[in-house]
Write a protein that binds this ligand. Structure first.
Ligand SMILES: C[S@@+](CC[C@H](N)C(=O)[O-])C[C@H]1O[C@@H](n2cnc3c(N)ncnc32)[C@H](O)[C@@H]1O
Length: 401
């Protein structure tokens, strides 16, 4: 038994758990247990840094510090105060505490949060007379506590900001897909860099930018900071070396065909700018990654060899035009696909379960997927000319898988 292995819990978007487990295997981590929305794994601290650097799917990696039964806030206080906090950070670091609960008997999560914060601060005050400050916006250290019916689990966040943030996006008033969800769509769709990829509703370009960074083997975390950088004992040399190796592993020679379009010229410009910010300028100028303004009802295939479309078209809850006109637009989009995209595989993410009906197509697969709080379906349509037309009204009810 390797005593250096520590218990970690990765928070994973629903449906992406198995993809994350594959990432762990590739990183040489053998001890893991997948569960709904997460994955437990045992790893050394350096392996944890590597997972943070390379995971495309996880939202956050937490280090488990303690687990104990509890019945009151005082039990939680005692449990948290018993942790040897100086092993993890210093009293001069700022902290933020978050408490989540499922079936907890406690009445107030706010009070529980306060008790956790008190326990950490009292611990340090007892030790060296100084206590950490609380910083709710930009803390050095984030402490997570999860309460279930009987036990309280205390975690330290190793990631810092959520891992979907790859460090390139400029804050803008738009609602793009999160990067780890975009990677998840590509993973679920089985996209490989050798397959032509097209997104006719590309918006700010998230799916395609993520695809290009996958193809170029750019580590998703290479341009951002992580929570573990503030930990006591953080191995800065090992981290610099890990990043150096990741930079050397970038492959600009990959032969890719990635193209996106959107009806809005303004948004297409933004997608191009985002791709530049993500460090993909080289592929933009080489034409391996392209963005153009085009109505999805008129778009043409980007490759003679059939490829893959992965997109999230607008849907009712999300934007104007209203659902009714989106429905009629999607029928026209489908007509265009039937006409020009024979042999292609089309994947669409939508919260609208009527999408196959609107498109007069039968899906060949359907995956439940959450875009934030919004329950969506990720539909696959095989564009085998004419053969997958929906038999009207023979399939009125979705069978959720
Ligand atoms: C849900 S957003 C896509 C978001 C994108 N995946 C991202 O991460 O930024 C839908 C996009 O479809 C575009 N759109 C709406 N109608 C369109 C049409 N007829 N043809 C092409 N694009 C359209 C909108 O401008 C919007 O950018």
């Amino acid at each position: 038994m390797n005593t250096l292995l520590k218990p970690f819990y990765a928070v994973i978007p629903l449906s992406l758990e198995e993809l994350f487990a594959e990432e762990l295997k590739k990183l040489g981590i053998e001890k893991f247990r997948v569960q709904k929305g997460g994955c437990w794994f045992g790893a050394e601290m350096n392996q944890m840094m590597k997972v943070n650097l390379w995971t495309r799917y996880a939202s956050r990696i937490l280090l488990k510090l303690s687990e104990s039964p509890y019945r009151s806030e005082d039990d939680i206080y005692r449990q948290v105060k018993a942790i040897k906090w100086e092993q993890y950070f210093k009293s001069r670091n700022s902290i933020k505490v978050e408490v989540s609960a499922r079936h907890s008997p406690l009445r107030s999560l706010n009070f529980a949060t306060l008790r956790v914060k008190d326990a950490v601060c009292d611990y340090f005050t007892d030790q060296d007379g100084e206590r950490p400050d609380v910083d709710k916006h930009n803390p050095d250290i984030q402490i997570y506590v999860h309460l279930n019916e009987k036990s309280c689990i205390v975690y330290l966040d190793t990631s810092g900001e959520s891992l979907f943030k790859r460090g390139w996006r400029e804050a803008k008033g738009e609602a793009p897909l999160k990067e780890n969800l975009a990677a998840g769509l590509l993973g679920l769709a089985g996209w490989e860099p050798s397959i032509a990829l097209q997104d006719p509703f590309c918006g700010s370009g998230t799916i395609l930018i993520e695809a290009a960074t996958i193809a170029a083997n750019i580590a998703p975390g290479i341009n951002r900071r992580f929570g573990f950088e503030k930990f006591v004992g953080f191995d800065s040399n090992a981290w610099q070396q890990m990043k150096k190796e990741a930079r050397m592993a970038v492959n600009w020679d990959a032969d890719v065909n990635i193209s996106g379009s959107d009806i809005s010229t303004l948004i297409v410009d933004r997608a191009g700018k985002n791709a530049e910010l993500a460090g993909l300028g080289r592929w933009l100028s080489e034409g391996k990654l392209r963005f153009s303004a085009c109505d999805a009802r008129e778009v043409l295939p980007s490759s003679e060899t059939p490829g893959l479309i992965v997109a999230n078209p607008p849907y009712g809850e999300q934007s104007n035009p209203k659902s009714a006109s989106v429905a009629s637009m999607m029928k026209d989009v489908a007509d265009n696909l039937k006409h020009h995209f024979a042999g292609w595989t089309v994947w669409m993410l939508t919260s609208d379960r009527m999408l196959p009906r609107q498109m007069r197509l039968s899906e060949s697969r359907k995956i439940v997927f959450f875009n934030g709080p919004l329950e969506c379906r990720f539909f696959r349509f095989n564009m085998t000319a004419g053969s997958n037309r929906r038999k009207e009204d023979t399939k009125t009810q979705d069978s959720v898988n």
